[in-house]
Design a protein around this ligand. Structure first.
Ligand SMILES: [Zn+2]
Length: 149
């Protein structure tokens, strides 16, 4: 697949060069070790139009026939909010993120809690949902009845 020029800095926002960050995953030279790495590489693939990587890393059970983003959308930034499991020794992982984009109608953003599973040793995107509550508003601790005096 042909790209119209790789960015020098990785679109996923790590500050690393594309080639040593998501580029090596998108090209197939390396496999994502964690769910977060896969999530970042999928974002970068959308950002540079490498839809083959998006398709290849989408679980076959949930993958749509067409993985193209809406026409005219340009991805301009990624923020990761939360990561649950998804490490090198896990089989499941959750990554919550916001992707910012420029659309024909103006700036937009999408926040999603994505689920990943490891299948035959490879991390795959399973599905995503809108977070129920913004993380900053979620209860931070379980509450217990106050001790009786
Ligand atoms: Zn990257």
């Amino acid at each position: 697949m042909e790209f119209t020029g790789y960015p020098r800095l990785c679109p996923c926002g790590t500050g690393s060069n594309f080639g040593v960050c998501c580029g090596r995953l998108i090209s197939g030279a390396a496999q994502a070790r964690t769910a977060e790495e896969l999530m970042r590489s999928r974002y970068s693939a959308y950002a540079i139009g490498a839809l083959e990587h998006v398709w290849r890393t989408w679980h076959p059970k949930t993958r749509p026939d067409d993985v193209s983003p809406a026409p005219g959308v340009e991805f301009i930034g990624l923020t990761i909010h939360d990561i649950v499991a998804g490490g090198p020794d896990d089989d499941l992982g959750v990554v919550e993120f916001t992707a910012r984009m420029r659309t024909p109608e103006g700036l937009d953003e999408m926040r999603e809690r994505s689920r990943f599973s490891r299948r035959a040793g490879r991390w795959m995107y399973v599905d995503g949902s809108l977070p129920d509550v913004p993380a900053s508003d979620a209860p931070q601790t379980l509450s217990f009845p106050a001790p009786q005096t």
